[in-house]
Design a binder for this molecule. Structure first.
Ligand code: PLP
Length: 396
């Protein structure tokens, strides 16, 4: 098969779509007004921002007044947790509940708060990658300020029982935040029906540009200001708005949520083909639940290969993918997500995450399914450990 370029790392970032770029373009060229100015040019920018806010709100079942634009998903996560803790400090609430396999934007915020005297409960996840709503219920205390559980995991794609967790939190009167960066546009979200108080989302995971995000803050919650300055974002996050990026996010979220069902049918079929194809290799296992996972997510551990070597060889063959191995990040430990599932270190190190999108084609899948087994077989042939592994115990 002829070499081709296949981007299969959409959980890391996505390509800006043509529609998004077209929608943004005028705000780089003719429509450069400052949204705070009173003349027409400025008012055009203001109108564009508000139209985008409406689109973001509609996509998750919120009111436009409950949406604030931020610079990224990480910023939204930080603001949600720090802001809530700050707001409830006077009430003596200094306990946070989250899970062990959150994104680092959540985990590192929690760790920083621990240094400031907060207590954090890190809930475990099941071997298939789920947080148990009963565990959330049992962990809630008098002094719990916030529960933060991600909507779907960025590495293994599992979709959490968000409505159940939301119901538990609402019943106990505790603020519920969800990092929905991976879920938005891929899963139907209704913040009211699901009792979500705070939700983070990001543009670059849904075919908008990098550096734009948003947070939903349920009416009446009022997070403390994040950036002091002008009156932008109702004075809560000052700074002249990034109008093109905001317009791009609005366009991207509208497209992503227009017909999630039929998009997912198409993507899931390709994803299943990937999973089934790679699992034909001996000594492999699917990480995360087979059904309750993001349509585009395939995460498989391949025993006897090193994730980094696999990625380099895939790159040489034109395939962009990701791994549960974290050597590039300067840490010798494999992914905290895979370890949380109970995987052994050596197994977690040999993991491959392929994340596809609606732009992926059947030919791309054919190509991946031809290249991956070839590379795996070559790496295993070269590995001094492989002989031992096939004589030893299966990890399945
Ligand atoms: C990408 C991602 C983030 C961070 O979003 P940025 O916009 O890159 O800051 C946070 N949480 C999850 C689950 C993500 O996948």
């Amino acid at each position: 098969m002829e070499k081709r370029f296949v981007y299969a790392d959409n959980a890391a970032t996505t390509k800006v779509s043509k529609e998004v770029l077209d929608a943004m373009y005028p705000y780089f060229t003719e429509e450069y007004g400052n949204a705070s100015s009173i003349y027409g040019l400025g008012r055009n920018s203001k109108k564009a921002i508000e139209a985008s806010r409406e689109k973001v709100a509609k996509a998750i079942g919120a009111e436009p007044s409950e949406i604030y634009f931020t610079s990224c998903g990480s910023e939204s996560d930080n603001w949600a947790i720090r802001g809530t803790c700050q707001r409830l400090k006077a009430k003596g609430k200094n306990h946070i509940i989250t899970s062990v396999f959150e994104h680092h934007a959540i985990l590192h915020t929690c760790q920083a708060l621990e240094k400031e005297g907060y207590e954090v409960t890190y809930l475990p996840v099941s071997p298939l990658g789920f947080v148990n709503p009963d565990d959330v219920k049992n962990a809630i205390r008098e002094d719990t300020a916030i529960v933060s559980i991600m909507y779907s995991n960025n590495e293994i794609g599992t979709i959490q029982p968000i409505a159940e967790i939301g119901a538990v939190c609402r019943e106990k009167g505790v603020i519920f935040h969800t990092d929905a960066v991976q879920a938005v546009g891929n899963v139907e979200i209704d913040v009211k029906a699901q009792n979500i108080d705070l939700l983070s989302l990001s543009g670059h995971k849904i075919h908008a540009q990098k550096g734009i995000g948003a947070i939903y803050v349920r009416k009446g919650l009022a997070l403390p200001n994040l950036i002091f300055g002008g009156a932008q974002e109702r004075s809560k996050r000052a700074g002249t708005e990034n109008v093109p990026a905001i317009v791009g996010l609005g366009t991207a979220i509208e497209i992503a949520t227009a017909d999630i069902k039929s998009k997912n049918e198409k993507v899931t079929a390709m994803r299943n083909r990937l999973i089934d194809g790679i699992l034909q290799l001996p000594r492999t296992r699917l990480n995360g639940d087979r059904e309750k996972r993001l349509a585009g997510n395939c995460n498989i551990s391949i025993e006897g290969v090193e994730g980094e070597s696999l990625l380099l060889m895939l790159d040489m063959n034109g395939i962009c993918a990701s791994s549960g191995s974290a050597c590039t990040s300067g840490s010798l430990d494999p992914s905290h997500v895979l370890l949380a599932l109970g995987l052994k270190h050596e197994v977690a190190h040999g993991s491959l995450r392929l994340s596809i999108s609606a732009e992926t084609t059947d030919e791309d899948i054919d190509y991946i399914l031809e290249v991956v087994p070839n590379i795996v077989n070559r790496l295993r042939d070269m590995s001094p450990l492989w002989e031992h592994i096939i004589k030893g115990e299966s990890f399945n």
